[in-house]
Design a protein around this ligand. Structure first.
Ligand code: OOG
Ligand code: MG
Length: 261
């Protein structure tokens, strides 16, 4: 069932304003849980506002691809969101902690899609032309970082910022099914895991994105960055310092956090 237009726009505006002002807002589910189609409609309305301000979508992200994340947040279904050019920070670049509410950071694998993929195209792993280690900053716009499935989908899957490390060709990167993942803050290890935590093998991210994208209105075009989902639980972003993710045999990516008092 399609949600009423006005309600979709109002919720999109509410979440968009919360992000812009770096303040929390109420969970829609506190009143009535959003159905999945209604939730994606809100997410698309929220993205349309960002696009109207000049932002360009550059990719999609998957959420809850790992058990660690699903357990941490109490949501067990795969979700998809949009990442934009405004959210991207260069590898080694600086993020201002004050632009976020209660940010967390997590190590991910990023894929680069090399050609347009139509919703009913057969699965084709050669559509991936590059792969890289990545960091995602998530920042739920909801009080206490608490949400149900509909809430988090409406909030663009908590997407806030991301960085992608050096791209490698898939053949040079080799099988990424089980590589060690390290998350470090100022050279102190805060999380360890394996790429196997991502859907059993992050190579499953493309088929998952194709399926979710087709179901919920996300285009996978040439040049799309695909964030495959966290390999470990997310950790609170420090007030300042350097956060680095390392994936064995693939490389490392870092961001510097500044701005907090
Ligand atoms: C939702 C986003 C989940 C991931 O990698 O699993 C996600 C959240 O945890 O706030 O990005
Ligand atoms: Mg993530």
């Amino acid at each position: 069932m399609k949600p009423p237009f006005l309600e979709t726009e109002a919720l999109g505006a509410q979440l968009d304003d919360a992000q812009v002002r770096a303040t929390t807002t109420r969970q829609p589910s506190d009143l009535t849980p959003l159905g999945i189609d209604a939730a994606y409609a809100v997410q698309h309305a929220l993205l349309a506002r960002r696009v109207a301000r000049g932002e360009k979508p550059v990719g999609v992200k998957l959420g809850f691809t790992s058990l660690a994340k699903a357990r941490q947040m109490g949501v067990g279904e795969l979700i998809i969101g949009t990442i934009t050019d405004r959210m991207q920070v260069q590898d080694g670049g600086t993020l201002d902690r004050r632009t976020f509410i209660h940010p967390r950071i997590e190590p991910e694998v990023a894929y680069l899609i090399g050609r347009d993929i139509a919703p009913d195209d057969p699965l084709d792993p050669t559509a991936i032309v590059a792969v890289a280690p990545a960091l995602e900053i998530i920042d739920s716009r909801y009080e206490d970082f608490r949400f149900d499935l509909g809430d988090v989908v409406a909030d663009n899957t908590s997407a806030a910022a991301f960085a992608v490390g050096p791209w490698a060709s898939p053949s040079a990167a080799g099988d990424l099914g089980n590589r060690a993942v390290l998350l470090e803050i100022d050279s102190r290890i805060v999380e360890t895991g394996s790429t196997a935590a991502i859907l059993g093998d992050p190579a499953r991210a493309l088929p998952a994105a194709q399926r979710l994208g087709a179901a919920h209105g996300f285009a996978l075009r040439a040049g799309t960055i695909l964030l495959a989902g966290a390999a470990t639980a997310a950790v609170a972003l420090p007030a300042r310092g350097i956060v680095e993710a390392t994936i064995t045999g693939l490389g490392r990516v870092s961001v510097r956090i500044e701005g907090a008092a």
